[in-house]
Design a protein around this ligand. Sequence first.
Ligand SMILES: NC(=O)c1ccc[n+]([C@@H]2O[C@H](COP(=O)([O-])OP(=O)(O)OC[C@H]3O[C@@H](n4cnc5c(N)ncnc54)[C@H](OP(=O)(O)O)[C@@H]3O)[C@@H](O)[C@H]2O)c1
Length: 361
Amino acid sequence: MSEQKYSAQPCNLYRQMVLFDNFVAKLKFFIEVLLYFERFKCNIISNRYKLLFFRIFSDTIKLNTPTGIYAQAFSALLKNCHFCIFYRKTRSMKDKVIIITGASSGIGLACAREFGAHGAKISLAARNAGKLQEIETELAAAGHEVMVTTTDVSREEDCKNLVMKTIARFGRLDILVNNAGISMRALFKDVDLEVLKQLMNVNFWGTVYCTKYALPYLLESKGSVVGVSSIAGFIGLPGRTGYSASKFAMHGFLHALRTENLKTGLHVLIAAPGFTASNVRKSALDAGGKQQGETPRAEEKMMRAEEVARHLAKAIIKRKHSLILTFKEGKLAVFLNKFWPDLMAKLSYNHMAKEPDSPFN
Ligand SMILES: NC(=O)c1ccc[n+]([C@@H]2O[C@H](COP(=O)([O-])OP(=O)(O)OC[C@H]3O[C@@H](n4cnc5c(N)ncnc54)[C@H](OP(=O)(O)O)[C@@H]3O)[C@@H](O)[C@H]2O)c1
């Protein structure tokens, strides 16, 4: 009897040790995954999946762990879950200093109103001084901290001045939204090359200049660089050679900048709104470089700039790398282009050819 009791003890102890070993191995794995999430600032997996992972993890522990060890695991779990559950609440735009270029109309103006409502301090830039003044008055009356600087982003000096004035007023910079942009509509065989140069100067060089002068302050704040690009930055759109080229160039620049800063804490977001109701098609340049003055598309059926601004605010707060809006002409088009580029070329040709007065109809 006593012999039996004696032999059962090491067996029990051995089982406990195996369980403990399992537990330690799982806990180690769990902590490693957590550190992984932390290191990449939670960009890779959304909070919903993280919580699901924690739940699965706690269930596996429960199955084969004595209550005492389970309790320990659970408290560790809660401690780490705390970070996850409150992640959204701790990150916000409140008191963040944000520069928005192209803020006198459309998406930029909607962002100014949205980010202001989040409690951000906003510095707005565009060429139209009169419109900027009106917007400053409107936002200041709504109780937002706002400043405006007349800026042509295709001029390096203007971009430097914009950043310096923002730093002089607010003392820091957290987010730069490179939104200023122009479009075009003409076949390459007909277009004046000056049009393409102008598009590159505003859309691409404007982004480069502003980012260059803002970067030291953004590195200091571990802030965000945002590029408001387009689906035309993923898919070459017919009749928009200069526009697509400038947005593809933005993508290359921002991708490389993100990789270069993998370990500095800088966040880079490339946002591609689908068709959005705005002034962009009216101010698009024709073959000779004149603004076409009217839109060839039904603006009232498009996504509203306010919706884009809401998505942008969320993506910046969550430090996402990429934001593609609209389904059919956005996410689906980018997906099809990746795997069936020839099919996508035919689809986008036919789609754009349907526009009234399409240059390649
Ligand atoms: N609307 C769409 O369907 C759509 C879709 C995808 C991407 N996007 C992108 O979204 C961004 C915003 O466009 P939006 O649709 O809001 O068009 P928008 O209403 O025409 O706004 C464009 C803004 O850019 C500013 N801008 C133009 N040239 C500038 C320059 N040289 N320097 C400084 N600011 C300049 C304009 O202001 P001033 O004239 O006062 O300078 C205006 O505030 C653009 O980058 C565009 O490519 C738009």
